[in-house]
Design a protein around this ligand. Structure first.
Ligand SMILES: Cc1cc2nc3c(=O)[nH]c(=O)nc-3n(C[C@H](O)[C@H](O)[C@H](O)COP(=O)(O)OP(=O)(O)OC[C@H]3O[C@@H](n4cnc5c(N)ncnc54)[C@H](O)[C@@H]3O)c2cc1C
Ligand SMILES: *[C@@H]1O[C@H](CO)[C@@H](O)[C@H](O)[C@H]1NC(C)=O
Ligand SMILES: *[C@@H]1O[C@H](CO)[C@@H](O)[C@H](O)[C@H]1NC(C)=O
Ligand SMILES: *[C@@H]1O[C@H](CO)[C@@H](O)[C@H](O)[C@H]1NC(C)=O
Length: 488
């Protein structure tokens, strides 16, 4: 049945006049063949389906639809829903989870890459950003106006997925997450209606989209608050793996000293490569600010720091280019003995480290992301808050990820990364510092992210879903991504 329905849709998209006759639906008249790429158009199709990042997600959808405006998206959604055809929604394609943003031959992938406009209104100081834009292009467009937004830290990542999952930025200590700074979402609902969700228009939907991912509609525009683009001091410090325990102790001291919200950082531990990377970002052009003092007593093997624009600083780090990726995450409050125990789990001889090291080009990466209570409070203070259920405490969002080269190693690497995440999570639970919250943007499809927002938020999310999508289109026909938990 699905196959027949699917055939009908592809045929629909390709022959607007015929489908008009067969369904009597006026709306379909506007669907043009140039919105759709079929597998038979081999080169174009592969370019679209094999975007963009991790080969582990590549699939062969029945076709790829490339809408150019919200009205195109509306027509697509109506057509797919009417025919009961499953679909996937992809913006920047940077989820490494198979099926989050891609789909097999039973369905259609909607690629948002043509909805990538970035405009700025100097009077309102708001930016309109298409979900298919990549962060590098967003910052480049906003540079002309000397403004920036709370957005991604790595340039080729997409706006759509990052923002709908929360969105962690170097500006988050000051302003909250990316989603907290969206003042209005343009969204295509399950019935094809195009609505604005903001504090005054559909405020319940507005709240739900701040963490609700693809459970409520297809996002076609984000309107974001902007901020003056800062000159910053910071850069990259590289340490040898023998500094692991010392670096983690310095992190603990940084997190438990009085917070300076200008002082942001991320640590990437690469035990398989014997390297530890510390990225410091101070949001003022002040060299060696006191907030990073715990790190200054360590001796880096290399250091590249200076005063530059935040955009320049983020561009210093080209993203890793390994072809296959997986990740899992957990979160906890800072605790010195926990950090020491985790460091011990990452010794070269540890089973998970050596399993990943044994894969061709296998690289294990722990992204250690400190989050301040101020980031959580800034989010709460904005326009009704978000759906994430964050606790206003100093915390660490810990991502265990790996990149590797060959499909032959998929099972071994994913198994090791999963096992290591579970060990870290268990240590955190035992130290009494574990937090329920799972950061969607670093989570595996096997983790239940939305349940981690807490029962009250889950209940509210379901209420909003029933109101705006009474037939459960985004639960049934969009199988990929983090779904609302089945029961609450
Ligand atoms: C190198 C790298 C660096 C990263 N850095 C950061 C960072 O600094 N901060 C951070 O918060 N995260 C970061 N991430 C994580 C990133 O936010 C997630 O991978 C996110 O899913 C990427 O968004 P995307 O649009 O590229 O993904 P996609 O794979 O296209 O989408 C991810 C999910 O969002 C849904 N979705 C996407 N667009 C829409 C839409 N328009 N409407 C409805 N649903 C939609 C998809 O259906 C899918 O389930 C990083 C990831 C990588 C690989
Ligand atoms: C995929 O990645 C390439 C290289 O980084 C980039 O040029 C292209 O725009 C990306 N495409 C999409 C759909 O994100
Ligand atoms: C941006 O800043 C530069 C340097 O300070 C200045 O010359 C330029 O006029 C500014 N542009 C806008 C649009 O404000
Ligand atoms: C940190 O963990 C240790 C045990 O590893 C425990 O004794 C201590 O109380 C913890 N601190 C906090 C703040 O939970």
């Amino acid at each position: 049945m699905v196959v027949i329905a699917l055939f009908a849709v592809v045929w629909t998209l390709l022959s607007p006049t015929k489908i008009m006759a067969s369904t009597g639906t006026r709306d379909l008249h506007a669907l043009r063949p140039d919105l759709v790429t079929l597998p038979s158009q081999t080169e174009q199709f592969e370019q679209l389906s094999d975007e963009n990042w991790s080969q582990t997600v590549w699939q062969r959808p029945a076709c790829v639809a490339s809408p150019a405006c919200a009205a195109d998206v509306s027509l697509l959604v109506k057509t797919l829903v009417k025919a009961e055809v499953p679909f996937a929604i992809r913006s920047g394609g940077h989820s490494p989870n198979r099926g989050d943003a891609t789909i097999d031959g039973s369905g259609v992938m909607i690629s948002m890459h043509r909805l990538n406009q970035v405009t700025y209104n100097p009077h309102s100081q708001l930016a309109n950003i298409g979900p298919g834009a990549l962060w590098g292009a967003v910052y480049t467009a906003l540079d002309q106006h000397n403004v920036t937004v709370v957005g991604g830290r790595v340039m080729p990542v997409g706006v759509g997925g990052l923002t709908l999952g929360g969105g962690l930025s170097y500006l988050s200590y000051l302003h909250g997450l990316a989603c907290d700074n969206i003042v209005s979402y343009e969204v295509v609902l399950a019935d094809g209606q195009i609505v604005e969700a903001s504090e005054i228009s559909h405020p319940d939907l507005f709240w739900a989209l701040k963490g609700g991912s693809n459970n409520f509609g297809v996002l076609t525009r984000f309107t974001s608050q902007t901020f003056p683009a800062p000159q910053v001091w910071g850069g990259l410090l590289v340490f040898g793996a023998d500094q692991m325990a010392a670096l983690m102790q310095a992190l603990y001291e940084y997190q438990t000293a009085p917070q300076d919200p200008e002082a942001n950082l991320i640590i990437n531990l690469l035990p398989t490569n014997g390297l530890l990377l510390l990225t410091l970002v101070y949001l003022k052009p002040v060299e060696k600010p006191a907030a990073f003092a715990p790190f200054y007593s360590l001796t880096p093997v290399s250091e590249q720091t200076g005063v530059m624009s935040l955009h320049q600083l983020m561009e210093l780090f080209p993203p890793a280019t390994l072809p296959r990726w997986t990740w899992y995450d957990t979160s906890f409050r800072p605790n010195a003995s926990l950090y020491a125990e985790i460091s011990a789990l990452l010794a070269p001889s540890a089973p998970e480290v050596s399993a990943v090291a044994g894969a061709a080009s296998g690289s294990l990466i722990m992204a250690v992301q400190p989050i301040s209570a101020s980031a959580v409070l800034a989010g709460r203070a904005r326009r009704g808050g978000n759906a994430l259920g964050l606790e206003a405490v100093e915390q660490t969002w810990w991502s265990v990820s790996a990149g590797w080269a060959s499909a032959d190693d998929d099972g071994v690497v994913d198994g090791a990364v999963h096992a290591l995440r579970d060990k870290i999570d268990a240590l955190a639970a035992r130290s009494g510092t574990r937090l329920d919250y799972l950061f969607m943007n670093d989570a595996n499809a096997r983790q239940e992210v939305i349940a981690s927002y807490g029962p009250e938020n889950v209940r509210r999310l379901w209420e909003v879903a029933r109101r705006y999508d009474p037939h459960g289109v985004f639960q049934r026909l969009v199988p990929g991504g983090q779904k609302l938990p089945l029961k609450c």
